[in-house]
Design a protein around this ligand. Structure first.
Ligand code: PLP
Length: 281
């Protein structure tokens, strides 16, 4: 596999990042994951816009222009022959003597690809996921997409231990989001998802799906919901760049609606993939 590190395309075995890199030492890094369908990037502008915001919130210098980032994404997709999969991009503050204060050094830019043949024909999307609820114990700036992913990893392991696929995190009695996705419920013609704020990441897929839902004449309510409300909803689902729209059919052991992927969720998945392909670059 060919990866990109600070201006160079190199085989992964030859790629080098300093042991003093702050991404490695302090999770002082932000990232983006963009999915690829038919060799093209889905929602690329959304991901670069959010990357800009993450960088600016952390006063991290920009490693490249949007045009340069697009060119690097395309080059890596081509060099690795990616048909369906993803491009991972990470910017860290760079390498410097260990100190909590930000150093004035160039950022480290790393990108790599991953082929994922079942992105569209996902078995999980066909059968629907089960989730458990866990307390949200992450830091309080979840709107910044940092590489501090230890608690979400713990959540995923708690889910695995409970025989579930993922976890929905709960804070002050209401759902924030999934370990690596936004969370939704559908009752009748109404779609509910938590409003944006520092408590959750503003998903790029979320923005697109809310627009598609409105175009499909669904009522969209951006507000918090409880696990109990979710358990009595007709449908539930998650969104993220790599899962698109994926149904949730069980929450804390309780079946949702008919206990299988619901029609609105399936329709939104189809619409998102269809529209995503059309607009891909
Ligand atoms: N929320 C969290 C915590 C995430 O990690 C992610 C994606 O990785 C999302 C939501 C969904 O964001 P996006 O749709 O941009 O992938």
């Amino acid at each position: 596999r060919i990866v990109y590190v600070n201006g160079a395309y190199v085989p992964e075995e030859e790629a080098k990042v300093s042991v003093f890199d702050r991404g490695f030492l302090m999770a002082d890094a932000v990232y983006e994951v963009t999915s690829v369908l038919d060799g093209k990037l889905i929602d690329f502008e959304g991901h670069t816009a959010r990357l800009r915001r993450s960088l600016s919130e952390l006063e991290m210098p920009s490693p490249a222009t949007d045009e340069e980032l697009l060119a690097i994404h395309r080059e890596l997709v081509a060099r690795n022959g990616i048909h369906d999969g993803l491009v991972y991009l990470q910017v860290s503050r760079g390498a410097a003597d260990r100190d909590f204060a930000y150093p004035d050094v160039p950022p480290t830019l790393v990108l790599f690809t991953q082929e994922k043949p079942q992105l569209v024909d996902s078995p999980l999307a066909a059968r629907g996921m089960s989730v458990i609820s866990i307390p949200d114990q992450r830091w309080k700036r979840r709107d910044i997409k940092t590489t501090q992913l230890l608690y979400p990893s713990m959540g995923k392991m708690m889910a695995k231990a409970a025989g579930a696929d993922d976890a929905w995190m709960v804070e002050e009695g209401v759902v924030t989001e999934g370990t690596s996705n936004n969370a939704y419920i559908v009752t009748g013609n109404t779609l509910v998802t938590r409003q944006l704020g520092p408590e959750i990441l503003s998903g790029i897929t979320r923005t697109a799906v809310l627009r598609l839902a409105q175009e499909a004449q669904l009522r969209v309510e951006e507000r918090p919901f409880t696990i109990e409300e979710a358990q009595s909803a007709d449908e539930a689902f998650i969104t993220s760049a790599t899962t698109f729209v994926t149904p949730v059919v069980k929450i804390d052991g309780q079946g949702i609606g008919a206990g299988r992927p619901g029609p609105i969720t399936q329709r939104l998945r189809e619409l998102y993939i269809e529209e995503g392909r059309k607009a891909a670059i």
